[in-house]
Design a protein around this ligand. Sequence first.
Ligand SMILES: Nc1ncnc2c1ncn2[C@@H]1O[C@H](COP(=O)(O)OP(=O)(O)O)[C@@H](O)[C@H]1O
Ligand SMILES: [Mg+2]
Length: 330
Amino acid sequence: MNTTTPLLEVRDLRTAFHTNEGAWLAVDGVNLSVERGEIIGLVGESGSGKSVTGFSLLGLIDPPGEVVSGDVLFNGQNLRDMPEAELRQLRGNKIAMIFQDPLMTLNPVLRIKEQMMEAIQCHYPKTPAKQAEARCIEALEMVGIPAPEKRLNSYPHEFSGGMRQRVAIAIAMLNHPDLIIADEPTTALDVTIQGQILYQMQQLCREHNTAMIWITHDLGVVAELADKVAVMYAGRIVEYGSVADILSSPRHPYTQGLLRSMPTATLPGKRLTQINGMAPTLTGREAGCTFRPRCPYQTSQCATAVPPQTWQGDRYYSCYAPISSTQEHA
Ligand SMILES: Nc1ncnc2c1ncn2[C@@H]1O[C@H](COP(=O)(O)OP(=O)(O)O)[C@@H](O)[C@H]1O
Ligand SMILES: [Mg+2]
């Protein structure tokens, strides 16, 4: 394998939902590259297509949804051509997913131990039971669960919400995945617990060189956790780059809007602002830039076509009227 091959390379991914009114593209041409060990925040308002992107990457879209085009190259291998049986071997092993609701991962009627042992043994059936159990204990320890030997015998409902999510994270880490896709796993938790989990996930990824795509609607989470950020709007990534660059000097007006609606980013004396308008719906999508109806900087060019990706060093934006570095603090 070429050492310059990214761990994950997504090219022009499109996912449609077939409805009575026609096909609705929830993901509309996503390009994304993830290096080994890199943490990427995929951020955008609710309904922008973040979860559908995550599920599409793993081949987990069910009818009426369908991935209609694009490539998902994992270690250079196209997951879109991979038979379902092989994909299943990859999921929960080399690629793990963590959901907002830990009960998507945890079976309520089984003890944690049985579920964790199964997560190891379905991928590595020859692992001796003693060794598998030691790994379960180690994984629970890693995510900060006290008395892990004892807790192995508990059922999911015997844990608090935060602890339950930690168990789901421990299961995701069990087989030392190369990539974790985390879909708002801390959104339902209180901020203190969220902060602890973010810190722990970052440490774990650094220690094991695990890459992660962290899906969130919260730029504050991205600022705390991620190396890179991909800003999603109406099924497209409208801005991408290092967290330091994008958060300090957004080029896309949507990113700027998200930053201004973030309480922690508000400077003293500055009012918290909302982005005006609504994200486009099935019937409301117009030609040109999808953000145009809400954009304070729109020009006539914005109605003509979808803005292409403009690269500046290692960041890009898709906008005909980008915010310049002199404008951004206005
Ligand atoms: N099962 C489904 N059937 C029809 N539309 C769906 C389905 N799942 C998601 N969508 C649509 O796809 C769009 C993106 O959804 P989603 O990826 O869940 O957004 P996000 O995770 O960014 O909040 C939304 O407009 C949503 O209504
Ligand atoms: Mg979602």
